[in-house]
Design a protein around this ligand. Structure first.
Ligand code: SF4
Length: 184
């Protein structure tokens, strides 16, 4: 199985979720959020194709990563491939975050036509959902660009049957709070 990526794997990121993470920048997105910061990831024919196996092999060989972050583009346009990657990541004890322009509710709805979406939720620790809305942009938000986007605790959400948001007051969140940029 193949996956189209906007860039090679990016390890050691500390701004795409808790801890030290490897980001998988998927290629392709048709949400067209105004002021999107990654317009180069929109073209579904752009980027480069990789074998999913090749990506998994690379993940296996990485050192000192806490997890992976599926981002893009929108990873859900390649749900079959990202599902395989998420499964593999869990197998080797990496936690999995996923960014998407779809909302959790839309994903559940989409699952009625393709159950891979629902299956993917079983392998996610955190889902950051929703479109980027420039009017709701807030630089103080943790791990997301606009305040409509939610940091969803997926295992708890599935267990409780209702959306559980990770609270920003949580001690864990403080620990990983984004550092101020220093300008010199
Ligand atoms: S979902 Fe993300 S990549 Fe797609 S247009 Fe919106 S901000 Fe850009």
């Amino acid at each position: 199985m193949k996956i189209r990526l906007a860039a090679p794997l990016q390890s050691d990121s500390v701004v795409d979720g808790f801890g030290v993470r490897t980001v998988i920048w998927t290629q392709g997105c048709s949400h067209n959020c105004p002021f999107c910061q990654n317009p180069q990831t929109h073209d579904f024919a752009g980027g480069e194709e990789y074998e999913v196996e090749e990506i998994c092999e690379e993940l296996k060989n990485l050192q000192n990563q806490d997890g992976i972050t599926l981002s893009g583009g929108d990873p859900l346009y390649q749900v079959e491939a990202v599902l395989e990657i998420a499964k593999f990541a869990k197998k080797i004890n990496l936690n999995v975050w996923c960014y998407t322009g779809f909302t959790y509710e839309q994903i559940i709805e989409m699952s009625q036509k393709n159950n891979k979406y629902r299956e993917l939720l079983n392998y996610l620790d955190v889902l950051v959902d929703g479109l980027f809305v420039n009017d709701l942009k807030d630089l103080n938000l943790l791990f997301r660009g606009s305040s409509n986007q939610r940091l969803i605790d997926v295992p708890k959400t599935l267990k409780n049957g209702k959306i559980i948001i990770i609270p920003e007051s949580d001690g864990i969140m403080e620990k990983f709070k984004r550092k101020e940029k220093t300008y010199i």
